[in-house]
Design a protein around this ligand. Sequence first.
Ligand code: ATP
Ligand code: MG
Ligand code: MG
Ligand code: MG
Length: 470
Amino acid sequence: QHLTSPELRQRFLTYFEKHGHTPVPSSSLIPHQQDKSLLFTNAGMVPFKNYFMNPSSAPYPCATSVQKCMRAGGKHNDLDNVGYTPRHHTFFEMLGNFSFGKYSKEEAIRYAWQFLLKELELPVSRLRVTVLEGDQEGYDLWKKQGLSDDKIVSCGPEDNFWSMGDGEGPCGPCTEIFWDTMDDSLGEDRWLEIWNLVFMENYRTPDGQLTRLPTPCIDTGMGLERMACVLQEKQNNFQIDQFRDLISGLRQWMAQNNLKNYTSTDPNPHEKIIADHFRSMCFLIGDGVVPSNVGRGYVLRRIIRRALRSARQLGIHQPFLNELYPYLLRGFTDGNYPELAERSASIRNIIDNEESTFLATLDRGMTLLENVFTRSDLQHTKTIPPSVAFQLYDTFGFPFDLTLIIAQERGWTVDISAVEKLQEQQKQMGRDSWKSDGNGGQSALSEWRQNNVFPQFTGYDHELFHQESA
Ligand code: ATP
Ligand code: MG
Ligand code: MG
Ligand code: MG
């Protein structure tokens, strides 16, 4: 059945409401103040976390929601996947149903299965499930639904034991439902995970012990974009309705500005990254995050800069992000996220400021680099002096990986270990300016080195992240 994203949202909520679940609006991407264990809401269960631990405190026995999620840090970090897998975003929506002691495994499996087969009319032949090794009950319950042995695969705890983070919290065995894309060329990606049903039975204590929750609960999560991709018969998430609008907006703007006109059905990775990161920045700012050099604001800043770096790879050198805003809104016309319209002025303002600041940084750095490229004394080695590369990064805040990319484009080289030595020397001189430079801190250079010339986003190993992420 072909459904648009808004239709899918509605269909899901209506189905579970019909089966006794209370619909609960999405909560913020910033977890509740008391929850220090998480950087961002990374699953539908996060706002309900306490109810799993104490079901009698829940205002309803079961709930259903479409929750804004962000996976760009902590245990579930998909930032590096974006643009390169068919199915990962930083910001995405998770459809979920939850039971706080009201029903358990059997009903959870039955609800999900019926929704897929009866409501969405997916053919059984294209579905598979996984269960946790040793979970005989889960296995038998799937058999009871009519699945044959060859369609039930047992997996280890890496895949089938779910927890929100690495620290304290509710967790448990899970069963994952996969869609067969039937495309062998995709390798492992032939199988698309669409829905995860977690049997919340355990609690990990602060010292890492697994205990049993007093009452078993249910937590499920289905990616809206992935299911839309299946229903709309697309090759990957970036071809569904919401992204089509956004990417066509980008392409129109590029055409109007006499830049290369992309027309491929499958957007290129940079187009995907820009679209993905644009959604993330708008929703993050909409929930009150502002760019900064620490914690959540730092993730936001890096996301904006990463989008601008991808834009540069497409040949975009001027401000453009805000041109995409109307196209983003088009994907969310059902009023599910009123903040997008209500806070549009401040969202756009903050993006504008951050973008122009960064572009100015880039311009200054480019001028410096251009001087290097024309220096006659360097023409025979074509190597950027380490002192300049270091100054660009340290004093001007010019991203070091960009220096590497630009050098490579021009056929120049950079002696990375020499730059690292300068960094080391400076540290020994006690002038530790690395902590607050917003460029990933002390480990950034060595990480870039490991990651080669075009590194993906780094910086999560920075101490700032250990304070807040799980
Ligand atoms: P994967 O193995 O594909 O990375 P996951 O097992 O990490 O997915 P879960 O933590 O089980 O994902 O989240 C529940 C559901 O949310 C998934 O089944 C999937 O449909 C969706 N989902 C998870 N991560 C993403 C993401 N980065 N972007 C879009 N949807 C996602
Ligand atoms: Mg994952
Ligand atoms: Mg998985
Ligand atoms: Mg999963």
